[in-house]
Design a protein around this ligand. Structure first.
Ligand SMILES: [Zn+2]
Ligand SMILES: [Zn+2]
Length: 164
């Protein structure tokens, strides 16, 4: 039944015990597809604290996650930890408090748009794809000089022609 999921709680039980505090590592599959790339979510730890308000149950919680990401410049795997807090109020009329969507939304928003393996990552060579952090190539030299010279040659006569 519903209440068997570790993140679904029976409202009456929380009220009877005048609140509830718990800390758990929910099963990942439900949260994993909050991310575009499968396998992004490496770990999830959740802390929940329920208190009984006047006519509602109040929840404040914290999610700690680890994500498997890729460096935006060189593509190297990067594992980073993120955390965020969340709050919610549930009216007394609810029979079950289902925190899964709330946690899922919180977790999904933690994914950064862009991550770098290090602030000094040199990325990959756009010509040959070599990882410039670990190796070097001569593409940039070969690319810069003839192209620059050719550009200069083409622009000069063109500018003259337009002025005259
Ligand atoms: Zn990198
Ligand atoms: Zn190269």
């Amino acid at each position: 039944m519903k209440e068997k999921d570790p993140l679904i709680f029976k409202a009456s039980e929380i009220r009877e015990s005048r609140g509830l505090e718990l800390s758990l590592d929910p099963p990942l599959p439900f949260y994993a597809d909050a991310f575009e790339t499968p396998g992004t979510l490496k770990s999830l730890h959740v802390r929940l604290s329920f208190s009984v308000g006047g006519d509602s149950l109040l929840l404040s919680g914290k999610a700690d996650i680890e994500l498997n990401l890729e460096c935006a410049r060189c593509g190297a795997p990067v594992t980073r930890a993120f955390s965020d807090t969340f709050d919610e109020a549930y009216p007394d009329s609810v029979e079950y408090v289902d925190t899964r969507e709330l946690i899922r939304e919180t977790v999904a928003l933690l994914a950064p748009l862009k991550v770098l393996c290090s602030g000094t990552c040199k990325g990959r060579c756009p010509m040959c794809g070599i990882d410039r952090n670990t190796s070097s190539c001569s593409c940039s030299m070969g690319k810069a000089s003839p192209f620059g010279a050719l550009k200069g040659l083409l622009e000069k006569p063109d500018d003259k022609g337009r002025k005259q």
